[in-house]
Design a protein around this ligand. Structure first.
Ligand code: COA
Length: 265
């Protein structure tokens, strides 16, 4: 199935959906129209039980050059309330939705990921980067701070001092450094990044979906919790999974020395 929502392309063939950011002439800058189309695609994907993993990539030479600067300039000129409502909130809503999505979302970082593009990578559950990909917390060069959650997620992911350096300097950093920092899971040759990411998504799509969703939720909700609260979150997630057919099947298959047949129930 192919669904072109102007600034994004949503495709799915089987259990993996591919979302392509589709404003190549603007290096896939995240306009509010693009963010709205992305959110609508996620709503559709959440309800479609046949889709079990999602890949996000960019059309053309960029993953994304971040928030659409021409679009948010007038909002900034209008003042803080307008800039927050028109620019910060849509971006924060998107990254929060991605981060807390119940199915795995994997970024295939095909090119530059600056500003909000880097924040989108931060929010995805996993990321593979082309060896040619370049990252930057570019906002400082515009005299602003990251606004799609980047001041909060990056320090949690890469540590406080590394995040401070990147956010305050805005310097460009290569895929290899993004890997060492833990921002991406793997670096692969540029011409293989989409295929490798699709392969990973397919592997995840064959796992028991209720269990995948419980693991994502426990990790996501537990990240900011004290350890005792996190362990309680884990306990509640496990309690939801124990009665599922897939958990019974997975354990029974091991005991019976055969491959499990997961049915998503
Ligand atoms: N918002 C809106 N438009 C953007 C954009 C953004 N974040 N990033 C790039 N574009 C547009 C450019 O204006 C240009 O449009 P035009 O051809 O109509 O003039 C087009 O995309 C190509 O960009 P260009 O700057 O010509 O490409 P480049 O290879 O010379 O430079 C970058 C690439 C990423 C270094 C440069 O585009 C850039 O610095 N972009 C802004 C990145 C940023 O600050 N992001 C954080 C936003 S909060």
């Amino acid at each position: 199935m192919l669904n072109v929502r102007s600034s994004i392309i949503l495709e799915h063939d089987g259990s993996v959906a591919l979302i392509q950011l589709n404003r190549p002439g603007k290096l896939n800058a995240l306009s509010n129209e693009l963010i709205g189309a992305f959110m609508a695609a996620l709503d559709d994907i959440e309800l479609d039980r046949s889709i079990r993993a999602i890949v996000v990539t960019g059309v053309g030479r960029a993953f994304s050059a971040g928030a659409d600067i021409s679009e948010f300039q007038p909002e900034m000129e209008a003042g803080p309330a307008e800039a927050i409502a028109g620019f910060l909130r849509p971006g924060q809503r998107l990254t929060r939705r991605v981060e807390s999505f119940p199915k795995p979302i994997i970024a295939a970082v095909n090119g530059l990921a600056f500003g909000g593009g880097c924040e989108l990578v931060e929010a995805t559950h996993m990321a593979l980067a082309a060896d040619t990909a370049i990252f930057s917390k570019a906002e400082i060069h515009l005299g602003i701070i990251p606004t799609f959650g980047g001041t909060q997620r990056l320090p949690r992911h890469v540590g406080r001092k590394a995040a401070i350096e990147l956010i305050l300097s805005g310097r460009r950093f290569p895929a290899g450094e993004a890997f060492r920092l833990g921002l991406v899971n793997r670096v692969v040759p540029a011409d293989a990044v989409l295929a490798e990411t699709m392969k990973l998504a397919l592997e995840l799509s064959e796992m028991p979906p209720l269990t995948i969703s419980a693991a994502l939720s426990a990790i996501h909700r537990g990240m900011d919790a004290a350890i005792d609260d996190g362990l309680a979150i884990e306990e509640a997630a496990f309690a939801r999974i124990v009665p599922t057919s897939d958990a019974r099947e997975g354990v029974a298959a091991f005991v019976e020395k055969r491959s499990p047949r997961f049915q998503g129930r």
